[in-house]
Design a protein around this ligand. Structure first.
Ligand code: LMR
Length: 401
């Protein structure tokens, strides 16, 4: 039956983990997937998460189905975290939200909802480059995927002129996907002034802003500061869509905890949107899993635990910043590796877009057992005191050819 099914390529990000696992060399390093590792290179279960699990375990909760749009208390608290206590639509009960299968699920619900109900356009503009999964995800949602310029290779910075002119040239009413903070894969975010300009262009062109916020807290170490762009757009009067993930900032990767939300005009409109989210989700996966949402809900709903969690997020962000500093110093000062490496320090969030070429990444995997995505992105969280020198030396050798 399946003789005509062609073999597909491995996933550009998760395929790297598969290759890493198959490598038996003891020096191997995985800088592919964006998953936090502690100073010993081990996955990190946040102490606040462990405490929340203890609370949940002693509560002896049942395992009944959640509603179609998930745990309402959790989505309400997630919205509060993203939009802020002062948010007008939040306080007006005008935010429609659904718990999702992490950030990917939130994006997919959003893509499907927009394809079905957004009246103006099927075109969605994604930054070039963007998270690899955005492209198939929005195509499979039924949207027409296009790009806007984002990265300037020559400055290893934001191509703000290109971004502005591409958004201005987009058809009126098109959807625009914006990374709320810690842009993946480049680690380059617009400044607050640049966000204000983007908001203005989005307004002039009547574009529909869809925020992907997978790293709230990871960019600056502050969940409030990292929500700046989303809050600014709402304040500027935009209606927005938002995908949130708790994979990175709570370390809940495999628990798949996220939320999709839309700001609406009023509670009546919200209720109609809510009903359509249910109609969309029910045939997809019926209703979401409860354990991870309970963890996030317990943390967000308890001031002491929430403060502890915010401290832990900052701890993760700070360790990454420290690795950036060290990697820069080793490459620039110790090894005098050819090239300019300042971007390793200036980029933010989980990733660094190193500038290494696809052939160089291949050499690094084959000769040094160092794994990263072929676009030269490295997950900074995979570096630690024990492997950073070996990594830098391997990069140095690859660059010198
Ligand atoms: C990444 O970009 O590495 C993460 O968002 C994980 C993923 O699912 O790709």
């Amino acid at each position: 039956v399946w003789s005509a099914v062609p073999a597909g390529p491995p996933d550009p990000i998760l395929g790297v983990t598969e290759a890493f696992k198959a490598d038996k060399n003891s020096r191997k390093i995985n800088l592919g997937v964006g998953a936090y590792r502690d100073e010993n290179g081990k996955p990190y279960v946040l102490p606040s998460v462990q405490k929340a699990e203890e609370v949940i375990n002693t509560s002896k909760l049942d395992k009944e189905y959640l509603p179609i749009t998930g745990l309402a208390e959790f989505t309400q608290r997630a919205a509060h975290l993203a939009y802020g206590a002062e948010s007008v639509p939040l306080n007006n009960n005008a935010i429609s939200a659904a718990q999702s299968i992490s950030g990917t699920g939130a994006l997919r619900i959003g893509g499907a909802f927009l394809a079905r109900h957004y009246p103006t356009s099927k075109a969605i503009y994604l930054p070039t480059p963007t998270w690899g999964n955005h492209i198939p995800l929005f195509k499979d949602s039924g949207l027409d995927v296009r790009g806007y310029r984002y990265f300037d290779k020559s400055t290893v910075g934001l191509d703000f002129e290109g971004l502005k002119s591409d958004l201005r040239a987009a058809p009126e009413g098109a959807i625009v996907l914006l990374h709320a903070c810690a842009h993946n894969p480049t680690g380059i975010d617009p400044t607050p002034e640049q966000w204000a300009t983007i908001s203005q262009i989005v307004k002039e062109k009547k574009l529909f802003p869809f925020f992907d916020m997978a790293y709230q807290g990871f960019a600056s170490g502050s969940t409030d500061r990292d929500a700046h762009a989303v809050r600014l757009f709402v304040k500027d009067g935009h209606q927005v869509a938002l995908a949130q993930s708790f994979a990175k900032n709570m370390g809940l990767y495999g628990e798949r905890v996220g939320a999709f939300s839309l700001t609406t005009t009023d509670p009546e409109e919200k209720a109609r949107v809510d009903s359509q989210l249910k109609i969309l989700i029910r045939p997809l996966y019926s209703n979401p899993p409860c354990h991870g949402a309970r963890i996030a809900n317990t943390i967000l709903g308890n001031q002491v635990l929430c403060d502890q969690w915010k401290g832990e997020v900052k701890g993760m962000a700070d360790r990454i910043i420290n690795m950036r500093e060290r990697l820069y110093n080793i490459l620039t000062h110790d090894l005098k590796t050819p090239g300019e490496w300042g971007h390793i320090k200036s980029q933010i969030g989980m990733f660094s877009f190193t500038g290494l070429t696809a052939p160089q990444t291949q050499v690094l995997a084959e000769k040094a057992h160092v794994y990263m995505t072929s676009n030269g992105r490295i997950s900074m969280a995979g570096l630690n005191g024990s492997n950073i020198e070996y990594f830098a030396e391997s990069v140095d050798a690859a660059v010198r050819g």
